[in-house]
Ligand binder design. Sequence first.
Ligand code: GRF
Length: 206
Amino acid sequence: MKPVRLGVLLSGRGSNFLAIAESIRTGKLTGAEIAVVIANVADAGGIESAQKLGLPTIVLVSKGRKRAEHDAEVIAALKQHDVDLVILAGYMRLLSPEFVAAFPNKILNIHPALLPAFPGLDGQTQAFEYGAKIAGCTVHFVDEHLDHGTIILQRAVPVLDTDDAHTLAERILVEEHLAYSEAIGRVVSGEYTTVGRRYVRRDAAK
Ligand code: GRF
């Protein structure tokens, strides 16, 4: 079967992108290939990493641009690269409704908290300051609402008494790197389906 083509969008260091690339390289994640890596920030570290891996990269700076116009360029670039599945990997920009509609149920995001708790910026610090005892990360489909679409997979991380927001974020990041590839694997496998808001194995779906 033809591999599912991933279009990775990022704004920063790109450690989640690298973890996905490594999972593909080592055969832990099969049935997917990275078609293009797109950044909306000129000096995003993830772009340099992608270039080193020999992957196609594009920078489309979003600062000062109208969301709809910028999104239209990103959509065009994704389509040009025959992208099947859009992977938001630290993409610090809200998507317009037009973007979401252009890839229905084909956009994934990772959030560093156990949704629906602590949506928005800096979920790890929010969870830490709230005094949560269990933190974690969520991979979910993107819909038109912030950090809201169907949950594909979550991984939990206990909050230790000795933690600060930084140490907690570091341990959550370790789990993010595992969670994202596993979640992509579930989506590309075709073995999962959506029942209401529940993303479950087809053979178990009720
Ligand atoms: C991660 O914590 C991710 O959950 C959040 O943004 C951060 C991106 O980190 N959405 P990286 O660029 O993948 O290292």
